[in-house]
Write a protein that binds this ligand. Structure first.
Ligand SMILES: Cc1ncc(COP(=O)(O)O)c(C=O)c1O
Length: 282
């Protein structure tokens, strides 16, 4: 099956997809995005992703060029054309093409680009043994709730994590944990699930919402409240969530084992529940 792209209403092979060098996304990172995935032939949580795209776009004063229903139809069509059972649809909305100056035109013509491609499984060891993370100061801006295509700090911090042999960087701001560079963070302590609250310091993850709902169904106590760095360092269970990876146990932080150094029981339970929810293989 070919990798395909959608550019302002036209579907073309990915290799032939083009936007202008004067696109403000390219020149300024002036845009927002979503990443939607499919499990075994079914797109997952599309309305939630479209709603978040709308919120991000509204936060940067950019109207969506399509009504949500029309965007949904375009996403479905592109996914069908791509034909990847386990795939990812990347959706990017920018303020469009304009002569380069900071001040945007009063009436921008937004560029909407989407790509469809396959998404390989998470290495099984990452799920069963967990991943290592390092902590770093959160150097990002004050509106991390906007899913902006400006990802330079995230990229630099992820690169530093990988250079340190870690999967992800967990970010700290004023003694609190915020999130990962491309994931939300949960801590389990005394059977309670802790995660930082929604607000400008984190992206409100779609997977995060699913995990919170699952935890409540399981009658686990859930605390959406600031997570002090100290709690991260003593918690017996820590895990990350993101669309691309689902739930990933964290078993080392800055080289120190989390709890026993193995994924904990509550994490494993939530991993299993999430797999059931998505219909992904056990
Ligand atoms: C900074 C950040 N936080 C959290 C997430 C997880 O969000 P979601 O579960 O919606 O993929 C992402 C995903 O890309 C992210 O980039």
């Amino acid at each position: 099956m070919p990798e395909v792209a959608y550019v302002n209403g036209r579907v073309v092979p990915l290799a032939r997809a083009r936007v202008s060098v004067e696109d403000r996304g390219f020149q300024f990172g002036d845009g927002v995005y979503e990443l939607i995935r499919s499990y075994q032939g079914r797109l997952f949580r599309v309305p939630e992703h479209i709603a978040r795209l709308q919120r991000s776009a509204a936060a940067i004063n950019l109207p969506l060029p399509l009504a949500p229903e029309a965007l949904r139809a375009a996403i479905d069509r592109l996914y069908q054309r791509g034909g990847f059972p386990d795939g990812q649809i990347y959706v990017q909305l920018t303020r469009g093409v304009a002569p380069r100056q900071h001040l945007p035109p009063d009436e921008p013509a937004p560029t909407l680009v989407m790509t469809a491609r396959a998404l390989g499984p998470v290495p099984e060891g990452d799920r069963t043994q967990g991943v290592a993370v390092i902590t770093m100061p959160d150097i990002r801006w004050g509106r991390c709730d906007i899913k902006s295509i400006n990802l330079l700090p995230n990229i630099l911090m992820k690169q530093q994590a990988r250079r340190a042999g870690a999967y992800e960087a967990v970010l700290l701001r004023d003694g609190r944990v915020t999130e990962g560079t491309s994931s939300n963070l949960f801590v389990v302590e005394q059977g309670r699930l802790h995660t930082p609250p929604q607000g400008p310091e984190i992206l409100g993850g779609i997977t995060r919402d699913d995990v919170l709902a699952l935890a409540r169904q399981l009658r686990l106590e859930v605390l959406e409240a600031p997570v002090p760095e100290g709690l991260l360092r003593v918690a017996p269970e820590v895990f990350l969530t993101a669309t691309t990876v689902g739930l990933l146990p964290v078993t080392r932080i800055d080289g120190v084992p989390v709890g026993s150094g193995e994924p904990g029981e509550i994490t494993k339970l939530l991993v299993a529940e999430f797999r059931q929810l998505t219909g992904s293989s056990p």
